[in-house]
Write a protein that binds this ligand. Structure first.
Ligand SMILES: Nc1ncnc2c1ncn2[C@@H]1O[C@H](COP(=O)(O)OP(=O)(O)OP(=O)(O)O)[C@@H](O)[C@H]1O
Length: 238
């Protein structure tokens, strides 16, 4: 891979209490690219994203955003440094309108970037533009997923961490979320996408890593991964 590394994770070990969940996880996401982190249920995808976002800080290892060490920093400091984290459970503010939910996330990026504002978000997410005044709690699961992604973008992050954005959504909505992520990638957003479903990632990401039992077992392009029956069968149950 060439280009500038935006996010690098080196040999992180993460524990929940006494049990070790991640074992020396290594990852690198290049600027403007999308890396799919694939693995079965319980393999350690969410924990990896939580470690990067500061919610499950690693006991050992390094996490760098640009060249800044962020391992062990508090979640708000990591967010301020440019990390946009969209957790698995869509956390909208149900009593607030769509627009207020977006405004809650509004801030300039770490370098003063203010590309993402209401106007841009409504252009990229026309569905949200049509429901500005609606209470977020009344939105469907897919709409809430879009709203949480849009709200995170309102913070002008340098890297977007997406934890299983397609989970629990109807196939047509999954496709809409896929189209959206592809659009973001086309706009140059750097994305780390945790997913169980390799097929969902095929047209979205260039790069792939596979995690199993808390360790990275494959790293390469998603095309090569798709062609690698041994790895997909063994670690992705395809
Ligand atoms: N709070 C916790 N305390 C203890 N163990 C946990 C906790 N959260 C997750 N685990 C365990 O850590 C391992 C990795 O979980 P993780 O959620 O990272 O997996 P995942 O690949 O994201 O899967 P999923 O698709 O279920 O989210 C699993 O064995 C899980 O049981």
């Amino acid at each position: 891979m060439s280009g500038e590394t935006m996010l690098s994770v080196e040999k992180i070990d993460v524990f929940y209490g006494a049990s070790q969940i991640l074992f020396g996880v290594d990852l690198a996401v290049e600027k403007g690219r999308t890396l799919a982190l694939l693995g079965r249920n319980g393999a350690g995808k969410s924990t990896t994203l939580k470690a990067i976002a500061g919610i499950a800080p690693p006991k050992r290892g390094s996490i760098r955003l640009h060249d800044r060490e962020i391992a062990g920093a508090k979640p708000f400091a990591i967010a301020r440094a440019g990390m946009g984290y969209v957790p698995e459970d869509r956390q909208v503010f149900p009593q607030h309108t769509v627009e207020d939910n977006l405004l809650i996330g509004a801030k300039k990026g770490p370098g003063g970037q203010d590309f993402w504002a209401l106007k841009t978000v409504y252009e990229v997410f026309p569905i949200l533009a049509g429901m500005k005044e609606r209470k977020a709690g009344l939105l469907s699961g897919g709409e809430q997923q879009m709203l949480t992604i849009a709200r995170t973008l309102m913070g002008n992050p340098d890297v977007l961490l997406l934890d299983e954005p397609s989970e629990g959504l109807a196939p047509i909505i999954v496709q809409a979320i896929g189209d959206l992520i592809r659009k973001l990638r086309g706009m140059g957003v750097t994305i780390l996408l945790a997913e169980q479903n390799m097929h969902f990632c095929l047209g979205i990401s260039e790069d792939a890593a596979v995690i199993d039992k808390g360790g990275i077992v494959y790293r390469g392009t998603i095309k090569d991964l798709r062609a690698n029956e041994e790895v997909t069968r063994r670690y992705l149950a395809i």
